[in-house]
Design a binder for this molecule. Structure first.
Ligand code: UDP
Ligand code: MN
Length: 331
């Protein structure tokens, strides 16, 4: 009886345990599947709602490019704010790609690109996102009166004036002299920059200066230093040497705090050709205060290269026939 009763008691108990295990198994599988579905939904949802198609494409490409560099470069020094005016033309993407691949390697760097266009272009937006460089994309279209035509000599009107002023306005609206430490540099899109120039300019207390290669009709235009004091005594410039600061836009940088303390410092259409640099600098410094960099101005770390416009005669013939070589492609 006792064995019978114990046998009878064991059977429902085993049955219950088996059913319990089955239930547990179903619950675990269900939770796993539900979790997976929820995760997939969230993932999909995140990409779909946070970006339009253009940004989505650029972001995905951005993850593929140089992940080992992005976000890892910090020097704890002041941020370099590089201001680049740019405009649409056949070589624009090539110029900005070259620039971005240099700037990617500079720590604590903020790129302010100002497009000479009525609204931001997808070419520039995508390029900036792909680069992973901290940036601000602005626009400021040059008024028709001041815009160079294809056949005009390039010295007819100053270029980049309102774009650089737009960037200065952004700095003044968004940064605080007491909080933000920085150095401001005007980095045109057609120059060639060596990484050393950014580390040279990072310690700028007021306005720093250095040689620029291939400009003003010379191999190098450079500040001349007083042998005893080591201060800037003049320049070797041959073109308009009478200018207060006979230097190129690529040859100086300004401390952010100093710039923010001089809201009147900007560029102007109302000055003679070649006087843009003197125009901004006359408000904020004097020759004797300039800080020479690049090994006492004996090294060249930036070149005023100019890109030759490409010959596109075959493309023009194609376009007359209603075709084009870059159909559906961004060049
Ligand atoms: N630029 C511009 N709009 C123009 C022409 C030039 O925004 O219509 C930009 C150009 O991309 C460059 C800067 O202004 O970053 C200076 O122009 P450029 O290099 O032609 O001047 P240069 O080297 O002759 O001083
Ligand atoms: Mn140039």
């Amino acid at each position: 009886m006792s064995s019978d009763s114990s046998g009878n008691a064991a059977l429902p108990c085993q049955d219950m345990r088996r059913r319990y295990r089955k239930k547990l198994f179903v619950i675990v599988i269900f939770s796993l599947v539900a979790g997976m579905v929820y995760w997939l939904y969230q993932y999909d949802h995140r990409i779909d709602t946070s970006a339009d198609d253009l940004l989505k494409e650029a972001l995905l490409e951005c993850y593929k490019t140089k992940p080992q560099i992005r976000g890892q470069l910090h020097s704890d020094g002041p941020t370099i704010y590089a201001i680049t005016p740019t405009y649409s033309r056949p070589v624009q993407k090539a110029e900005l790609t070259r620039l971005s691949h240099t700037f990617m390697l500079v720590p604590d760097f903020h790129w302010i690109i100002v497009e000479d266009a009525p609204s931001p272009t997808s070419l520039v937006t995508k390029l900036l996102l792909r680069s992973g460089i901290p940036h601000t994309q602005l626009v400021a279209a040059t008024p028709k009166k001041w815009k160079l035509k294809e056949k005009d000599a390039n010295w007819k009107y100053p270029r980049g004036v309102i774009q650089r002023n737009r960037a200065l306005e952004w700095l003044r609206e968004n940064l605080d002299a007491n909080r933000d430490k920085g150095v401001v540099y005007f980095a045109d899109d057609d120059n060639a920059y060596s990484l050393e120039i950014f580390e040279e300019m990072r310690s700028t207390k007021g306005v720093s200066v250095w040689p620029v290669g291939l400009v003003g009709g010379l191999m190098v235009e450079k500040p001349l230093l007083n042998a005893t004091t080591g201060r800037v005594a003049g320049w070797n410039s041959a073109w308009k040497p009478e200018r207060p600061f006979p230097i190129d836009m690529a040859g100086f940088a300004i401390n952010l705090e100093l710039l923010l303390h001089h809201p009147e410092a900007k560029f102007s259409f109302d000055v003679e050709g070649g006087y843009q640099e003197s125009e901004i600098l006359r408000h904020i410094t004097t020759r004797d205060k300039l800080e020479p960099k690049a090994d006492k101005c004996t090294k060249v770390y930036v070149w005023h290269t100019r890109t030759e416009p490409p010959k596109l005669n075959q493309e023009q013939l194609l376009q007359k026939k209603g075709k084009r070589s870059d159909e559906g492609m961004e060049v």
